[in-house]
Write a protein that binds this ligand. Structure first.
Ligand SMILES: [Zn+2]
Length: 223
């Protein structure tokens, strides 16, 4: 991934693997992030023009915004992202029922869908109130959220919302709603393979349409 970033001429690249409670993907445990950080320190010596940051994309595993990455590891990383993913191991039965299963049942009926949307939004807001989060990843993807409520909470806590070019998410319509709150954005390729590192075109496209100035885009090149 670092080699791909270098070949594409990027000046900065961030590596943020999924948290350990993601089923099927992610690091084995929080300590792995620190190993990645050590490895990157060594690799970075070969790439003097590239600034390599190491972060985590933590999962929310409880209804009070609890994360699956420990606080002492977070402190040692360059940045923290938080995202909702449909397949995580929850902290306890209550969060399992309301949050993990809720999102599955949410596919069935409208009343349940609204309830689940509310829980998703609240847990995300709890997480950014509790932790210093750089950005919320792919808001609303597979786990619906109230965009306006979330964006307003992000403005208060100085948290950015991610435009995820890998999933082309959120849609232009939702970006327009979000942008009107004055929230900051970060554009991310969500590259899981070297081929898509630095692919940021969708983000540039929607943010231009929404008239978001570069000052509100964390990784925009400002000239
Ligand atoms: Zn994610």
């Amino acid at each position: 991934m670092i080699e791909a970033a270098h070949l594409k001429g990027l000046s900065l690249v961030g590596l943020a693997d999924h948290g350990p409670r993601n089923i099927g993907t992610g690091v084995k445990n929080s300590q792995v992030y620190l190993e990645i950080k050590e490895e990157v320190k060594i690799i970075n010596k070969e790439y003097i023009d590239l600034d390599i940051k190491v972060g985590a994309e933590a999962n929310i595993i409880g209804l009070q915004g609890e994360l699956d990455v420990s606080e002492d590891v977070i402190k040692k990383l360059d940045y923290l992202l938080v995202g909702l993913h449909p397949y995580v191991l929850p902290q306890n039965f209550n969060s399992a029922w309301k949050y993990v299963l809720g999102n599955q049942l949410g596919k069935l009926n409208k009343g349940q869908r609204e309830k689940v949307k509310n829980i998703n939004t609240k847990t995300l807001i709890e997480s950014i109130n509790k932790h210093k989060v750089l950005a919320i990843t792919h808001p609303g993807l597979k786990m619906s959220v109230d965009y306006k409520e979330l964006a307003l909470a992000c403005v208060k806590t100085n948290t950015a919302l991610e435009i995820n070019t890998g999933h082309k998410w959120p849609s232009l319509k939702d970006v327009l709603t979000i942008a009107s709150t004055g929230v900051n954005f970060i554009v991310n390729s969500d590259a899981h393979f070297p081929e898509t590192v630095g692919e940021l075109d969708y983000g540039a496209y929607v943010l231009k349409k929404a008239n978001v100035p570069p000052e509100r885009i964390l990784n925009a090149v400002k000239d």
